[in-house]
Design a protein around this ligand. Structure first.
Ligand code: COA
Length: 365
């Protein structure tokens, strides 16, 4: 099929490999299982950016410079005005990110890594008429993100759960937003432009916009017994079930299990965080997989990353309207690495289209 470029190989990358039949994700030579829950966001950012900037420092120094970049971009939160407050969080965060200068250097990249982390808490607070909280460069990236939401330093377990999430979604082959970022980078427009393209592609419900609706679905279903009839009614109305299906995976998305594992780890540390959600989610997942098997017997539709994203981010204490912004906090690392990889290849991305419109009248006659 031409329309969705299924199966088309449009880039060579050293960054990540998505095995859709085997249900395996490899990021720079490491399986997801080796990284998620074991590495911090800063460490995976270093892993992905290595080789793409001549002046990339060691991971500890990179973490310090990322802290300084958070403090730098915070200055832009003064631009939050009444118009910006009318936008949804992802649009407001994108608008603030668009204020950052374009460039191809490490400082630009660090400001872009910091941008969603700083701007998302600021726009969420602004929507409640609260002033933004300045970052603390000395904190770890995820602890600082959570602190900028409510002013309180989070427990290590909450910060670690957010690290596990950001690491899990940091890169994933040539997904729609990464492709968009690479196309823009290939024109040498700069990293800010490439990341803005990534954010724009990510916000759609078929890509990064799904986890918010997953929470709405769980709330609407309410009890495990209600799962099967509710889901069947949604399918009968021709709706797609959020958190299921994937363009590449024909088996369960390996990120679903990584995130479910992170959720369980957080629950062991802080059991009060689970208000019965896991039991409900597992019942909904089982009922959804069964309903999809019946509805689409020829298509293998399995659980994707967004289903357990929703559960984990909710337990971490993030509001569901911000889930796509949180996805962007993690995926910006991948966008930046892919953008640099594309720029260094020196090749403009410029495919062709097949014209299927009418011939000029003179020729038709
Ligand atoms: N619920 C119900 N039906 C689904 C479905 C879902 N979640 N995902 C796919 N299908 C159906 C499609 O409607 C299509 O049916 P049709 O042939 O009768 O039109 C069939 O399965 C094949 O799907 P297709 O459109 O080829 O899949 P895709 O590769 O284009 O789409 C997604 C992949 C992710 C966009 C799609 O599965 C989806 O919309 N999922 C829900 C949103 C979501 O969770 N997004 C996050 C992705 S990580």
């Amino acid at each position: 099929m031409i329309g969705g470029l299924e199966g088309v190989v449009a880039a060579e990358t050293v960054l990540s490999a998505v095995d859709g039949e085997g249900g395996r994700l490899v990021i720079r030579g490491h399986t997801l299982g080796e990284l998620a829950g074991r590495t911090s966001f800063e460490q995976v950012a270093h892993l992905l950016l290595e080789g793409f900037f001549d002046d990339l420092p060691d991971p500890e120094a990179l973490a310090r410079r990322l802290g300084a970049a958070r403090a730098q971009v915070f200055a832009h939160t003064t631009a939050i005005d009444e118009t910006l407050k009318t936008l949804g969080p992802i649009e407001a965060m994108r608008a603030l990110t668009a204020r950052l200068a374009d460039g191809d250097d490490l400082d630009t990249a660090l400001r872009l890594l910091a941008a969603p982390a700083v701007f998302t808490p600021a726009v969420l607070r602004a929507a409640r008429s609260l002033a933004p909280i300045a970052p603390d460069p000395a904190l770890g990236h995820t602890a600082d993100i959570l602190r900028m939401l409510d002013g309180r330093i989070p427990s290590p377990a909450r910060a670690a759960a957010l690290d596990a999430y950001l690491v899990t979604v940091s890169d994933h082959g040539l997904n729609a937003s990464t492709f968009a970022a690479r196309v823009v980078a290939s024109t040498q427009a700069g990293l800010t432009s490439a990341v803005l393209a990534g954010i724009s592609a990510l916000k759609g419900p078929l890509h990064g916009g799904a986890p918010g609706p997953v929470i709405e679905m769980l709330d609407a279903i309410g009890t495990p017994e209600n799962a099967a009839p509710w889901l069947q009614a949604a399918l009968d109305r021709g709706e797609r079930l959020m958190g299921f299906g994937h363009r590449v995976y024909r088996v369960r998305d390996p990120r679903a299990d990584a995130l479910k594992g992170a959720y369980r780890t957080l629950n062991v540390a802080e059991p009060a965080r689970d208000p019965g959600r896991l039991a409900l989610a597992e019942a909904v997942e089982a009922a959804a997989l069964e309903a999809l098997r019946q509805a689409k017997p020829d298509r293998r539709l399995e659980t994707n990353v967004e289903f357990y994203t929703a559960l984990l981010l909710e337990a971490v204490g993030l509001p569901h309207e911000a889930f796509t912004c949180v996805f962007a906090m993690g995926r910006t690392t991948g966008w930046l690495a892919h953008a640099r990889e594309q720029v260094l290849s020196g090749r403009l991305i410029r495919p062709q289209s097949a014209y299927v419109g009418p011939a000029p009248e003179a020729e038709a006659a």
